[in-house]
Write a protein that binds this ligand. Structure first.
Ligand code: ATP
Ligand code: MN
Ligand code: MN
Length: 308
């Protein structure tokens, strides 16, 4: 097999000073979107996406031969990972691991270069890795469920959280469901907050057992929405806001105004192709208060949904 010479086939491109080999290689199957296009997407949305990635352990869905071929989750920053991508030391069960981190546009383009098609992060920041600053309720509808059911689930979750005094934000996942996200002032550890989000999932599933389950077993999900609280455990990740997904039409996990759920927006409505237009037209950030809101989970709130 002849060695590929990047300077011949397709040439090279630079975005943000980072060299892209095979810039014209299609990465999202069926979309025509190339490595170069993905890098330009990040250049366009950098101010929107970087605040969600900065200083957080990153896990990537990496597809070195494009999204149609073999992909894998990668969390550790191997030595072969380009220097432009940040590093962060993370305590693991056995010693310390080094994770990747995307703090800059350069890092994002370097991630494109190594075939990263999705960006997932921890729910905590370098300031306090063991104390989450975000709770994610991952609403996972069973196959075939009407979209409206997922919309209602998100609205129910929002209502419940509002009643206990917490503001929440909604985003599409780019997949089948929605994420309801609660930014919090770091205070409690992973286990406490996972237990808390579990108790809320149990609470809802107990009252409305025909519609919801908090049990991750596939067999218990039939016709229901699984309230996936497992995003809130130590080491767990959720797809970052504004990250693309390696699915049909390259959808993007998109922060929404709550009202948009009633206006027909679905989880795969926004894509790499149409998201930049959306952002340009917005009068206001749908998650305007997300980074400035200082809401605390009180010890009373923590016990609110406990039973027995
Ligand atoms: P959907 O709306 O289709 O459910 P989603 O992003 O919520 O989209 P899930 O299947 O619910 O997808 O997965 C939730 C999260 O679990 C993912 O966003 C990802 O961060 C994490 N995850 C999934 N598979 C793996 C894996 N193999 N390794 C590490 N993390 C994973
Ligand atoms: Mn999900
Ligand atoms: Mn899930």
């Amino acid at each position: 097999v002849e060695e590929e010479d990047p300077s011949k086939e397709g040439g090279e491109q630079e975005v943000a000073g980072v060299r892209l080999t095979h810039p014209d290689r299609v990465v999202f199957a069926g979309t025509g979107l190339s490595k170069h296009d993905l890098a330009l997407y990040y250049e366009t949305v950098q101010e929107w996406i970087l605040p969600h990635l900065k200083k957080r352990p990153l896990t990537i869905v990496r597809c070195p031969q494009g999204g149609e071929n073999k992909c894998f989750f990668q969390k550790h920053a191997a030595e072969t990972i380009p220097d432009g991508i940040g590093r962060i030391a993370v305590p693991e069960s056995e010693g310390t691991a080094v994770y990747m981190m995307a703090n800059t546009l350069e890092a994002l383009v370097a991630l494109v270069q190594i075939g990263a098609l999705e960006l997932h992060t921890w729910g905590s920041h370098q300031r306090a890795l063991m104390k989450p600053d975000r709770i994610t309720f991952d609403l996972d509808p069973a196959p075939g469920l009407q979209w409206q059911r997922t919309v209602e689930a998100a609205q129910l979750m929002r209502g419940l959280l509002t009643e206990v005094g917490l503001q929440s934000f909604v985003k599409t996942t780019g997949g089948k469901g929605l994420h309801v996200v609660v930014p919090i002032v770091p205070g409690y550890g992973w286990d406490e907050l996972k237990a808390w989000s579990h108790s809320i999932a149990d609470y809802i599933a107990d009252i409305l057992p025909a519609q919801f389950t908090s049990n991750s077993r596939k067999s218990s999900r039939d016709g229901k929405i699984f309230l996936d609280y497992l995003r809130n455990g130590q080491g767990a990740t959720a797809v970052a806001a504004y990250s693309p997904r390696n699915r049909e039409h390259a959808p993007v996990s998109t922060p929404l105004f709550w009202e948009e759920l009633d206006e027909g927006v679905r989880s795969d409505t926004f894509t790499i192709k149409n998201l930049p237009g959306r952002l340009q037209q917005l009068q206001q950030d749908p998650w305007q208060d997300y980074f400035t809101l200082k809401q605390k989970i009180s010890s009373k709130m923590l016990r609110l949904f406990q039973r027995g």
